[in-house]
Design a protein around this ligand. Sequence first.
Ligand SMILES: [Zn+2]
Ligand SMILES: [Zn+2]
Length: 462
Amino acid sequence: MKIEFLGAARCVTGSSYLLHLPEMKILVDCGLFQGRRELEDRNYGPFPFDPSDIDYLIITHAHIDHLGLLPKLIKDGFKGKVFATRATVDLSPVMLMDAGHIQETEAAWKTKKALRTGKKPVEPLYTMADAELCKGYMEGVAYDEFIPLSGKIRFRFRDAGHILGSASLELWVEEYGKVKKIIFSGDLGSKGHPIVKDPAHIEEADVVLIESTYGNRLHKGIKETEDELIAAISETQKKGGNVLIPSFALGRTQDILFFLNRASRAGRLSNLTVYVDSPLAIAATEIYLMHPDCFDKEAYELIIKAKPSKNAPKLIFTQTAEESMEINKRAKGAVIIAGSGMCEAGRIRHHLKHNLWKEEASIIFVGYQAEGTLGRRIVDGARMVRVFGEEIAVKARVYTIGGLSAHADRDELLDWLGRIKGNPEIFVVHGEEETSFKFADEIIDRFGYRVHVPKWREAFEV
Ligand SMILES: [Zn+2]
Ligand SMILES: [Zn+2]
């Protein structure tokens, strides 16, 4: 059989792998490319295959870099079925509708500019209406359940411990009377990561595609990270200012809510008012609460079984723009979680405008800030930044907390891989080019496996 690497090959976004099998074609993930211009341009070209030829699409989780091109796939002729875990099926429409909204807004803005220079209007990559159609193609299945796709092909999702519903994929294919097993790691979580269970151990394989986001790094421990977060909030509370946390809606926001809840109930934080100021984050949080079966034991006890407590933080979900604007009139000493995670868009920019110039306020970065973003400029120590066309002084205290990643670090990835028996052939994916090569060297040193770092659109016979 042949595997084609159509995304997340020497980069971290656009996850997509096409399997050419004797009986059918299976696409694993259909993610949006994000980041550098040349990567984003890849979203707009035609698919390097005919979407109507694909029998099944299997999605590992609901992050947009893994399913964000599904509406385009359908628009371009896909007629097959999409499998994902049940939680992923619930999260996907919410994520895709939001992505469709962003695509429409961007296209409208580009059209305005284009028309002024006598050019044609710009079509969105897909619309909210396109995104809405996806739900009808999706079928949710349980973790660990074997799903036959034919007499000779079957698959199973295993918990990847990354976000709610995230999965690694095991796929068995019988060819010429011999069964081959391929594993797609998906995005793998860290051990002890809040809410979700630890990644499942996979027993054996012939071929493994493994992510390498942090294949060259070690994370700080969860405990140390939580201590840093609590200290930053306590210091700001003492000064009487607001705490802003720019955060991604799916995964990171729920993790932070978990930490704040746990710390408050343990008496390590007090009088906490937390605003979740993002309709997408609110929707994602509600879906988390619909899937307690995906929680680890501690999260189940803390979220589902916990009794009301006067120590628990006061949580306020602000859905509308009006409610969001009210926050800055009302809030003092509050924690405000809003998107986007790198401050490039979304409601966080309003809060930055109202708080950045205040010495008593603080901003806590809990995720990676890419070069060229407003978040990165603040982290790098800019004294003045532009927000909504206005120069704003940066007087608030800036904290960067690095240990909250939802990805396994180098040693955890190697540990996960080391448990797989059968001398598998390895493909290192979902990492920056340099990181992927470094991680590939680690695998060769440690296990002596055959390792590849595929290029975009490269194909391998396995
Ligand atoms: Zn992910
Ligand atoms: Zn990813």
